[in-house]
Design a protein around this ligand. Structure first.
Ligand SMILES: [Zn+2]
Ligand SMILES: [Zn+2]
Length: 325
């Protein structure tokens, strides 16, 4: 059995659990750690049993709770190297980081991990002091605040217990889930979507893309559950509250898919194979969920909708019920 649980979707935060019977991964961690935990529990997902966190790109709405969540439960984080570097740079208070400084940073993190691993056995013997420090650090992390007193007990914000790199186009596995990342056109360092395959089912996530290039159309074939962006209504965006420069960004080839662009994909390129299509990253300012649904429904009129191609709308404020296959 395979399962997708969308915890949140939209410009204020994105996160989705993908699970097989044996393995659970979280795609993006774009809410505070506390809110991610709350929503996972609400949706019947256990945050402590996550095997990995996978990151699509370094925008805040995809990484807001990443460091705190990964440290809290010791969860390995999977990035592409450019995305990891962009994330570290974002959290490091200086505007530029040379490649030499980046390599330095990677080395320091390795040493910090080696030290943490070496310190672990000692804890059991007598080091109640460092256990207390760790406990207070994790209690602090619970608050999820950026500015905290007692900063000396707090780990570096860029510190992660384990980092693994993947590359778009190269398949890898976590437990029994086979994962194929694919490149998407978006204004981030090295953004990607994912196809997950386990136990005979395939699920895919494709949000935050300015248009549908051939490689994405190809990646989204033979998918059983598809989380697909339907970000904005063109008219609402044009008349909406965003400043001109932001409107240009959203509309650009590295921005977000409009209802129309998503409908065009569904009408002309989509193979009709999904049981569920989840429309996501729906803008609260420049879209209405029913407009997104209507555009997709009209585009799917050549596909049977009785047993397949059911449309769900992902929400910003609350998790969707798990979709099980
Ligand atoms: Zn986003
Ligand atoms: Zn983005």
């Amino acid at each position: 059995m395979m399962r997708m649980t969308v915890l949140a979707s939209g410009s204020k935060g994105n996160s989705t659990v993908i699970a097989s019977s044996n393995t659970r991964v979280l795609v993006d961690a774009g809410l505070s750690c506390r809110e991610l935990i709350r929503r996972m529990r609400l949706a019947g997902e256990d945050p402590e049993s996550l095997d990995a966190i996978l990151i699509t790109h370094e925008h805040q709405d995809h990484v807001a709770g990443l460091g705190v969540l990964a440290r809290k439960f010791g969860i390995p984080v999977y990035f592409t190297e450019p995305t990891h570097r962009a994330w570290v740079r974002m959290l490091t208070p200086r505007t530029t980081m040379s490649y030499a400084e980046w390599l330095d940073h990677v080395q320091r993190e390795k040493e910090a991990r080696a030290n943490a691993a070496a310190a672990q056995p000692a804890l059991g013997i007598c080091d109640s002091m460092s256990a207390a420090v760790e406990a207070s650090a994790s209690a602090l992390e619970d608050t999820d605040e950026i500015e905290e007193p007692a900063a000396r007990t707090k780990p570096e914000p860029t510190y992660l217990p384990t980092v693994e790199y993947f590359r778009s186009g190269r398949q890898f596995s976590i437990g029994d889930i086979e994962i194929t990342p694919f490149t998407i056109p978006h204004d981030a360092a090295d953004p990607c979507g994912f196809v997950f395959a386990a136990e005979g089912a395939r699920m895919a996530l494709a949000t935050d893309l300015g248009y549908m290039p051939p490689n994405v159309k190809e990646a989204l074939k033979r998918i059983d559950v598809l989380l697909l962006e339907s970000n904005h209504d063109l008219e609402m965006l044009k008349d909406g509250p965003y400043p001109w420069s932001v409107k240009q960004r959203v509309l650009s080839r590295v921005g977000h898919l409009s209802n129309l662009a998503t409908a065009e994909f569904l009408r002309h390129d989509y193979d009709g194979s999904a049981s569920y299509i989840v429309l996501g990253h729906i803008s609260e300012s420049n879209n209405a969920p029913e407009l997104a649904r209507l555009a997709a429904e009209q585009a799917l009129d050549n596909h049977p909708t009785l047993l397949g191609n059911r449309i769900l709308l992902a929400e910003q404020a609350a998790p969707l019920a798990p979709i099980c296959l």
